[in-house]
Design a protein. Structure first.
Ligand SMILES: Cc1cc2nc3c(=O)[nH]c(=O)nc-3n(C[C@H](O)[C@H](O)[C@H](O)COP(=O)(O)OP(=O)(O)OC[C@H]3O[C@@H](n4cnc5c(N)ncnc54)[C@H](O)[C@@H]3O)c2cc1C
Length: 375
C-alpha cells in the first residue's frame, strides 16, 4: 500500500513529523492543555513560512491544495502530540468553495489567512447523532431569515467569529427543508449560553438563537437542499477520524516499546515478557490494518469516488482500535501510565470522544448493516 504514496507526500509527511518532534513535543513538559497564544502564534508563523498552512484548501483560494491522502499523512503526524493537533490552521468549511464572492471575501479568505475562526453547528440537545431530528428552524421575512433554536456541543464555539448553522424550514420534518446558514457571532439574537468543559482537552459551547435575523445572502446552500451537503461533509470528517486516532495510538505505542525496553521487573526486561510482546504485537497489527484502510479510502476519494461506506467503517474500526492501543500502552507503563507525569493519560481521555462524535459507532454499524441487507 505504502509504495503507492508519491514521493512529494512522503517528504511532506517527514517535514511535519520533524516539526512535531523537534518544535512541539519538547513543550509537553510545560503545557498540558493547549498552548498559550504567545507560544502558539510564533509556531504558527513558522508553519506558514514552511508552507504548512491551509493544506487542504484549493490553491485558487490561497491554500496548498493537498489531496486526501496527503491530509491523512499530515494529520497522523500532527496528532502525535496533543499540542499540535490543531496547530496547522487555515482550513475552511468546504461549503464556502461554492459560495458567493461576497461570502468568500467575508469568511473564506480571512479563515485561510488565519485572521478569523469558524465553528460548525448541527448538534442540538434533542438531536445530534440523529440529524433528521434537528428542531432549529427558520422562517422567511422579506430578504431575511429569522432563526430560532438551540445548538450544543460545538467545539470551541465560544471562540468562533462566525458559525455555520444547520436549520430547517419551520414545519418541515426529517430530511426535508434543511439549510446551512453562516452567522456572525455578534449577530443580535445569537448568544453563547454555556461553555461546557469536556473530558478530553477541549471545550464545547451551547448557542441560543432567538429571533436571530440572518440576511438571505448568508444562506450557504439552496433552501431546503442541505441534507446531501451535510452528509458529504460528515463523510470527510469521519474519514479523517482514522488518521487522527492513528496519530494518538502510534505515539502511545512508540512510548510503550521504549518503556518496555528499559523497565526491569523480577530480573527481566518487560520487552522479554511474552505477555508484553503480545500487547505490542496486537497494537501493531491493528494500526497496520487501520492505516491500510485509511490510505486505500483516501486514494479512492482522490479518484473522485464515493467513500461513504469506507468512511463509516474507518470511523468505527479506527476509533475502537485506538482505544485498545492506548489502553495497552497505559497498562505496560503501570502507575506511570496512569499518572500525569506522562501524556498517555491525556490520550486515554481524548480518544474516548471519537466513538461518539461524527455519529456514534453504534449508528454507523446499524446503517452499514441495514444498507448491506437492503442490497
Ligand atoms: C468532544 C465533542 C465535540 C463535538 N463537537 C461538535 C461540533 O463541533 N459541532 C456539532 O454540531 N456537534 C459536535 N459534537 C456532537 C456530536 O456530533 C454528537 O454528540 C454525536 O453526533 C452524538 O449525538 P448525541 O450526543 O446526541 O447522542 P445520541 O444520538 O443521543 O446517542 C446516544 C447513544 O445512544 C446510542 N444510539 C443512538 N442511536 C442509536 C441507534 N440508531 N442504534 C444503536 N444505538 C444508538 C449510541 O450508543 C449513542 O452513543 C461534539 C461531541 C463531542 C463529544
Amino acid at each position: 500500500m505504502d509504495t503507492a504514496i508519491p514521493e512529494e507526500l512522503r517528504m511532506l509527511q517527514s517535514t511535519v513529523r520533524q516539526f512535531v518532534e523537534n518544535e512541539v513535543m519538547p513543550l509537553e513538559s510545560e503545557y498540558e492543555e493547549e498552548l498559550p497564544q504567545e507560544v502558539r502564534a510564533p509556531l504558527q508563523a513558522q508553519l506558514r513560512e514552511m508552507g504548512l498552512w491551509a493544506l487542504s484548501v484549493p490553491p485558487e483560494y490561497g491554500g496548498a491544495g493537498i489531496n486526501t491522502l496527503g491530509m491523512a499523512l499530515v494529520i497522523e503526524e500532527t496528532h502525535k502530540s496533543m499540542l499540535s493537533r490543531n496547530l496547522i490552521g487555515g482550513g475552511v468549511n468546504p461549503l464556502l468553495y461554492g459560495a458567493s464572492d461576497y461570502l468568500k471575501e467575508k469568511y473564506l479568505h480571512p479563515v485561510v489567512r488565519g485572521e478569523a475562526r469558524s465553528a460548525g453547528a448541527f448538534s442540538e440537545p434533542g438531536a445530534a447523532g440523529d440529524l433528521g431530528g434537528i428542531q432549529t428552524n427558520y422562517t422567511r421575512d422579506g430578504d431575511d431569515y429569522v432563526l430560532n433554536g438551540t445548538k450544543i456541543w460545538i467545539t470551541k464555539g465560544h471562540e468562533a467569529d462566525h458559525v455555520v448553522v444547520l436549520a430547517r424550514e419551520k414545519g418541515t420534518e426529517r430530511q426535508e427543508g434543511v439549510t446551512w446558514f453562516i452567522i456572525d457571532a455578534d449577530t443580535p439574537g445569537f448568544e453563547v449560553s454555556r461553555v461546557i468543559p469536556m473530558m478530553g482537552q477541549t471545550t464545547t459551547a451551547e448557542f441560543q438563537l432567538t429571533d436571530c435575523v440572518v440576511p438571505s445572502a448568508h444562506r450557504l446552500t439552496a433552501e431546503g437542499g442541505a441534507w446531501q451537503d451535510a452528509q458529504k461533509s460528515l463523510n470527510g470528517l469521519r474519514l479523517m477520524n482514522g488518521p487522527q486516532v492513528l496519530g494518538l495510538a502510534q505515539r502511545c505505542q512508540d512510548m510503550a516499546v521504549e518503556y518496555a525496553m528499559g523497565r526491569k521487573t523480577f530480573g527481566s526486561l518487560l520487552s522479554e515478557r511474552q505477555a508484553v510482546q503480545s500487547m505490542i504485537a496486537d497494537s501493531e497489527i491493528e494500526m497496520f490494518a487501520t492505516r491500510s484502510m485509511v490510505h486505500q479510502a483516501a486514494m479512492k476519494a482522490d479518484r473522485g469516488e464515493d467513500v461513504r461506506r469506507e468512511a463509516q467503517m474507518i470511523k468505527v474500526f479506527a476509533t475502537e482500535m485506538a482505544g485498545r492501543v492506548i489502553d495497552r500502552a497505559l497498562q505496560i507503563h503501570g502507575a506511570a501510565g496512569y499518572s500525569k507525569d506522562l501524556v498517555i493519560e491525556q490520550y486515554y481521555r481524548a480518544v474516548r470522544a471519537y466513538r461518539i462524535f461524527e455519529g456514534p459507532n453504534e449508528v454507523h454499524r446499524w446503517r452499514l448493516g441495514r444498507n448491506m441487507m437492503r442490497g
